[in-house]
Design a protein around this ligand. Structure first.
Ligand SMILES: Nc1nc2c(c(=O)[nH]1)N[C@H]1C(S)=C(S)[C@@H](COP(=O)(O)O)O[C@H]1N2
Ligand SMILES: [Mo]
Length: 226
């Protein structure tokens, strides 16, 4: 996969005056904005490589690995489960955040319940990982903990419209508690794994967890700051 737009910083580090300015502007800062982030009203597109254009009729999602009853869903089956609405804030590691983004889809906990729940060694032991695979080899890892179960969902719609190809349609993961690279577009497989398998950006040096509230951007930088 060739990298067209790295999700990395846009050249600014928070070492210089950023910290002081953030402090000086403290009063106007929306408390929902994590440290080092700026608000945007736009919806930037960040993709490593080409944008796959997948017809709804050709889309399938596998839910497998350490689940009691692995299964596949096509779009009709997915919609038949009933879509819920989610309003969440999203935070990209390139430092933009969007508040109150509206999506429709199905929560991860409900999807895993459809697969009979995670088996021992998976979520139940607190030892499991969710690997969200996308078309073309992209993947992202998430610890399958209570927060991941409660907050992640698979989205088919944004702002009431079917997800566009550039934003990951027909369906993507949304993991609002992590930097947005964890939210795999063109989602094809949710794998419950007993092991932590690093994904595309994690292997390239991005933080394994990616919590925006702790500014877990890069693995190396974190190590140096410890
Ligand atoms: N399959 C796939 N998913 C992906 C990416 C990608 O390149 N391929 N980029 C990630 C990154 S780095 C970000 S910031 C978000 C961007 O989503 P957007 O283009 O809808 O804003 O998708 C994430 N999911
Ligand atoms: Mo990103």
């Amino acid at each position: 996969m060739t990298q067209q737009q790295p999700p990395g910083d846009d050249g600014r580090r928070s070492r210089g005056t950023g910290g002081f300015l953030a402090f000086a502007q403290g009063g106007d800062r929306d408390p929902r904005l994590p440290p080092g982030q700026r608000l945007t009203q736009k919806f930037p597109v960040l993709t490593a490589g080409d944008t796959p254009v997948i017809a709804e009729a050709d889309w399938q999602l596998a839910i497998d690995g350490l689940v009691a009853a692995p299964f596949h869903l096509d779009m009709a089956g997915f919609k038949a489960l009933g879509l819920d609405t989610f309003t969440v804030d999203i935070h990209c590691v390139t430092r933009w955040s969007r508040l109150d983004t509206r999506w429709q889809g199905i929560g991860l906990s409900r999807l895993l319940a459809e697969a009979g729940g995670a088996r021992a060694g998976g979520a139940r032991d607190g030892g499991g990982w969710l690997i969200a695979h996308g078309v073309g080899g992209y993947a992202a890892n998430l610890k399958l903990d209570d927060e991941t179960l409660a907050r992640c969902f698979v989205a088919t719609h944004h702002d009431g419209m079917p997800l566009s190809a550039e934003h990951g349609g027909p369906a993507r993961l949304v993991a609002p508690h992590r930097y947005f690279w964890k939210s795999t577009k063109w989602l094809t497989r949710l794998e419950v794994s007993p092991h932590d398998l690093k994904g595309y950006w994690e292997r390239l040096g991005y933080h394994n967890r990616g919590d925006p509230w702790r500014q877990e951007r890069y693995r190396g930088l974190d190590d140096r700051m410890r």
